[in-house]
Design a protein around this ligand. Structure first.
Ligand code: ATP
Ligand code: MN
Length: 478
């Protein structure tokens, strides 16, 4: 039997004691015991749990056992027996132990004691070996899988939007340039500017901030599509909710109006949360405990109002509150609360405003619609009032904006006029505009930030801790 069919620790922990000899490979999390017996906690990442390996020391070479240290990798052969100890039903009674890779206990940075998340970010190459990041990585996988499953089950097609883009008009933040021109002495044109005609693509190129525009092109043929890929924003915002490289899920649907878009977004988010509760329970239990321990060190007002699992259940039980931007501004103005950024009609809502609405006022997720045209992107469908557009942002407790979306402007004249008003180069968008001339239809879509979803489902407080290798300003080590 090759490695392909080998059972994992998770499989054996769910199995009954058995007569035949099995073999397991993994990393030692800890070793304890006395002069007669050693208890080794072994992990292979298949579950938050470790399997207990029991080694009777008179059967093993002393030098071999010395090399079984926290962090080392070993192969164990033995029998799966009923466990005497508390906390597990089976354990592995070792008959043979082989060292696969030594790990110097003096140097290994991951000791048994609890490490701070800040420290773990400095050893991002080793943090997948911790309980917390094991749980996060399994949960990330489960969420990514559930996203594809949801869309597949609902007859959406997965579209691969390009990562390098030639259009600078998406209007969602600063972009990272992609170039093969030399950094020094780049070729210049007659006006003394860098001559991108000499660059790889013969024009300026950037990393995409969103797959939406391309996704719209596909929706206007396949009806229901989505993208799920990396997006890049060079905004220098050092917050706990922004990354320079993050993953975004962007469904786009022909024949959907704003209401349909909201229905889909709410159903989709609830499906994903339900999926996590049904499929990742051990990891969520662990993350909930971790969060509660962490919060003991925090001021009372900074703690979450509910334990993780209760919070997830709560969101499932509530229907999201839907109201307009104008109504929300009214509530904020009447709240009597002194915000750092004052509110009035027309301002872009800050995260403190969003969180007030969600956490203090409604105490459940909120969908805000019909934002002022001035603060939203050019492609959003204009309302008849001449002031607002059919935008929708979904706001979540502890997070603020988790989804941003809209019904799209399908009218060629209105879209074209808006592009000019906003001073956007229409030459880089001719293909987008053409779709409004050839069989245009009402359509809508939204973008869900994958790491914002992960923050919510995992209860983690910093977006750097829900992606394996975070990209933020001045941070590119791993
Ligand atoms: P914010 O106001 O929070 O900066 P945004 O309005 O710029 O977000 P959109 O352009 O609407 O964001 O992007 C859609 C979604 O992508 C957001 O709702 C959010 O979930 C996510 N997102 C946006 N920017 C980032 C970022 N820098 N890091 C991680 N996720 C992000
Ligand atoms: Mn937004």
């Amino acid at each position: 039997m090759g490695a392909l069919n080998e059972k994992r620790i998770a499989d054996y922990l769910a199995a009954q004691p058995q007569e035949q000899i099995i073999s397991l490979k993994g990393w030692v999390r800890s070793k304890r015991g006395n002069k007669d017996i050693a208890f080794i906690a072994l992990s292979d990442g298949s579950t938050i749990k470790t399997i207990q390996v029991v080694a009777e020391l008179n059967q093993f070479d002393e030098n071999l056992m010395k090399r079984v240290t926290t962090g080392s990798s070993i192969l164990v052969k033995g029998k799966l027996v009923a466990s005497q100890g508390a906390g597990q039903t089976v354990e592995l009674l070792a008959e043979k132990i082989e060292i696969l890779g030594d790990c110097d206990p003096e140097k290994f940075p991951l000791q048994k004691k609890k490490h701070s998340l800040e420290f773990l970010r400095e050893i991002a190459h080793l943090r997948p070996r911790t309980n917390t990041f094991g749980a996060i990585l399994r949960l990330r996988h489960a969420m990514a899988f559930a996203i594809h499953k949801y869309f597949n089950d609902n007859n959406f097609y997965y579209i691969h939007a390009p990562i390098i883009t030639g259009s600078d008009a998406e209007g969602a933040g600063e972009m990272f340039r992609v170039t093969t021109l030399p950094a020094e002495n780049a070729p210049k044109n007659e006006s003394g500017e860098v001559d991108f005609d000499k660059d790889f693509f013969g024009k300026e190129a950037n990393l995409t901030v969103s797959g939406q525009l391309e996704s719209e092109l596909a929706a206007l043929a396949l009806s229901k599509v989505y993208t799920f890929g990396p997006t890049f924003r060079a905004e220098n915002s050092n917050t706990t909710r922004h990354l320079a490289e993050f993953w975004m899920i962007e469904p786009e649907m022909a024949f959907f109006e704003l209401e349909d878009n909201m229905d889909l977004a709410e159903d989709f988010l609830k499906y994903l949360i339900r999926y996590a509760l049904d499929n990742c329970r051990d990891d969520l239990d662990f993350l909930e405990k971790r969060q509660q321990e962490e919060e003991l060190q925090m001021k009372k007002e900074d703690r979450s109002s509910m334990p993780l699992i209760a919070k997830l259940e709560h969101v499932l039980a509530e229907s999201f509150e839907r109201l307009t931007y104008t109504e929300a501004v009214g509530i904020l103005e009447k709240s009597g609360k002194k915000f750092e950024f004052p509110v009035s009609w027309g301002v872009d809502l800050q995260s403190e405003h969003e969180r007030y609405l969600v956490e203090k006022h409604f105490k459940k997720p909120v969908i805000l619609t019909n934002y002022p045209m001035q603060i939203k992107a050019f492609y959003m469908k204009q309302n008849d009032d001449g002031k607002t557009v059919r935008a929708m942002d979904i706001l979540f407790p502890g997070i603020g904006e988790i989804i941003g979306g809209s019904q799209r402007e399908e009218d060629y004249e209105k879209l074209s006029k808006r592009i000019d008003e906003m001073g956007i180069h229409r030459d880089s968008l001719w293909w987008y505009l053409e779709t409004r001339q050839y069989g245009t239809v009402p359509h809508a879509g939204f973008g869900l930030g994958f790491e914002r979803l992960m923050l919510f489902v995992s209860g983690m407080g910093n977006i750097r801790d829900v992606i394996p290798f975070p990209r933020t300003p001045r941070n590119l080590e791993f």
